[in-house]
Ligand binder design. Structure first.
Ligand SMILES: NC(=O)c1ccc[n+]([C@@H]2O[C@H](COP(=O)([O-])OP(=O)(O)OC[C@H]3O[C@@H](n4cnc5c(N)ncnc54)[C@H](OP(=O)(O)O)[C@@H]3O)[C@@H](O)[C@H]2O)c1
Length: 341
């Protein structure tokens, strides 16, 4: 029987941008025993996706990609690495127990192989969850990396209980208008928190509408200094922006305040180690997402109950995935960028 083909986006080397995208017809992937095959309905982009292409995460991602950035043409062709998807199950590995064909799902693809810029993709059953009819494909596809990062930062790193129990905490969320930040504001407000947020002037009303108690324009003096307008000191900072030095955070933290850095650099890791070794009460904590399906189900359910929303920056057809990619690289998305096959 002739092999079934699908439309997919590929690139073949490190260092390129959207101009390196190739639109190709490739075989529809076959699910391994523990995987589901999905017909994709929506894919969301994360900065991680283009950072892999730029070689910024080398040598960790992709593990099978041994090239020098910008130099070698790979023997392996790499599917566009987007990994947050929503779709319909159309095939099942032999060990899959919890899904059947026709189920609507949200899934996180393997970050080392990606494959979300395509008509079909395979995901581990363990990182696939049911998507109820109340949650659209685009709303669901926005969630995996961004909402789970916000959830992990708030619950595990900052110790916020999202059922509203626990002592009141003052939280600062930087880059609150981005993919992670806009979920972080909403999730934080499910807990017993006072939320200060930073964003650009054009998004101040939007971030207030998500529940933030006070909002700073990051381009003003007070915004750049991260000063709470009400004079609060932060118990935790969910730091979704980048390039803010410790000296800016430090005077704004409470005695045991923590900065949870979701874009950790070698200097974050060094600061983390130094602060641990010197028994500093104020901490800089690097965060790397460890995705769990129960947390993905939790945030999908919050969207179903209208307690959490995915704000969509823009939608792009797969045939114009380059536009979506360029928009993400530009760094000025409000909410999530979606690609639809
Ligand atoms: N550790 C992990 O596992 C993990 C997981 C997810 C994400 N991340 C990282 O977290 C970062 C954020 O991801 P994202 O998906 O939220 O990015 P994003 O959606 O691309 O963020 C874009 C938003 O950030 C705002 N922004 C940029 N610089 C700012 C600043 N200095 N102050 C306030 N707002 C600022 C922009 O506002 P304007 O347009 O007004 O400038 C824009 O709305 C990325 O570096 C990503 O790689 C890490």
């Amino acid at each position: 029987m002739a092999e079934m083909k699908m439309h997919a986006v590929q690139y073949e080397r490190y260092g390129g941008g959207p101009a390196d995208f190739k639109h190709v017809d490739v075989p529809i992937p076959s699910p391994n025993n523990d995987e589901v095959l999905m017909k994709l309905e929506a894919t969301s982009l994360n900065p991680f996706d283009w950072k892999v292409q730029k070689g910024m995460l080398w040598p960790i991602f992709p593990r099978k990609f041994p090239c020098i950035p910008g130099k070698s043409i790979l023997p392996l062709v790499f599917l566009g690495t987007a990994m947050d998807v929503a779709g319909e199950v159309v095939g099942l590995g032999s060990d899959v127990k919890n899904f059947k064909t026709g189920d609507k799902v949200v899934a996180l693809l393997n970050p080392a192989s990606g494959g979300g810029l395509a008509e079909f993709a395979v995901a581990k059953e363990s990182l696939t969850v049911a998507r109820p009819p109340e949650v659209s494909a685009a709303e669901g596809a926005g969630l995996p990396v961004a909402a789970l990062t916000a959830h992990q930062a708030l619950t595990q790193s900052a110790g916020i209980k999202l059922d509203g129990s626990g002592e009141q905490r003052n939280i600062l969320i930087t880059a609150a208008s981005g993919g992670v930040g806009h979920y972080a504001v909403q999730l934080a407000k499910l807990g017993n928190t006072h939320v200060t947020a930073t964003c650009g002037a054009r998004n101040i009303e939007f971030i207030k509408s998500l529940g933030a108690d006070e909002v700073l324009d990051y381009k003003t003096e007070d915004g750049a200094a991260l000063k709470s307008p009400s004079g609060r000191k932060y118990d935790a900072v969910i730091h979704c922006a980048s390039s803010i030095p410790w000296s800016t955070f430090e005077p704004n933290l409470s005695a045991n305040g923590k900065v949870i850095d979701i874009t950790p650099s070698p200097s974050t890791v060094l600061s983390f180690a130094i602060k641990k070794l010197t028994f500093s009460k104020k901490q800089l904590v690097p965060l790397v997402l460890i995705p769990k399906s129960e947390h993905l189900s939790y945030v999908v359910n919050l969207v179903k109950e209208r307690k959490l929303k995915t704000v969509i920056d823009s939608k792009h057809p797969l045939s114009k995935a380059e536009d979506a990619w360029a928009k993400s690289i530009d760094g000025h998305a409000t909410g999530k960028i979606i690609v639809e096959p």
